[in-house]
Design a binder for this molecule. Structure first.
Ligand code: 4NP
Length: 156
């Protein structure tokens, strides 16, 4: 079993969308029994909340239902539980690195590293802006790259 967790600030916009998009791709490729996805947020500000309605709308228009997801705080234990801890931006990355148990740093990645063709490392925070569509496209591209990386690394 390979386990991945997507992490942003609030866990209501970027990371739950990544979780939904990635899970959909995993199921499309018949790997739902081998790969598990989750998401969390470094702030805890929205603990227990469903994804932002703007994220839900865009995902729904593309056939992905985020309504059942709930925000939770990222914790150090995530580094024991998950093989990949995927930060949406540099700030998330630094916060995660600060809580990472020694020896588990190699599990932490910038998510956009898996979409090198886009030439960027941050998924911009859309909460106070209106970039939900372009954020979705970035998450979709990096999800495909991540899944290819997992398949190669684990022989799936
Ligand atoms: P996310 O977006 O990190 O992609 O879930 C945000 C959600 C909420 C806030 C900031 C970013 N906030 O300030 O409450």
């Amino acid at each position: 079993m390979v386990k991945v967790v997507f992490v942003c600030l609030g866990n209501i916009c970027r990371s739950p969308t990544a979780e939904g998009v990635f899970r959909h791709l995993v199921e499309q490729q018949g790997l739902g029994e081998q790969i598990i996805a989750d998401s969390s947020g470094t702030s805890g500000w929205h603990n227990g909340d469903a994804p932002d309605r703007r994220s839900q709308q865009i995902a729904k228009a593309r056939g992905i239902d985020l309504s059942g997801l709930r925000s939770r705080l990222a914790v150090a234990e995530d580094f024991h539980e998950f093989d990949y801890v995927l930060a949406m931006d540099g700030s998330n990355y630094n916060n995660l690195l600060a809580m990472c148990p020694p020896g588990h740093e190699d599990r932490l990645h910038m998510f956009m590293k898996f979409a090198p063709e886009l030439g960027r490392m941050d998924v911009p925070d859309p909460y106070y802006h209106d970039g939900f569509d372009s954020v979705y496209d970035m998450l979709e591209a990096a999800s495909a790259g991540l899944l290819a990386d997992i398949r190669e690394r684990y022989g799936l």
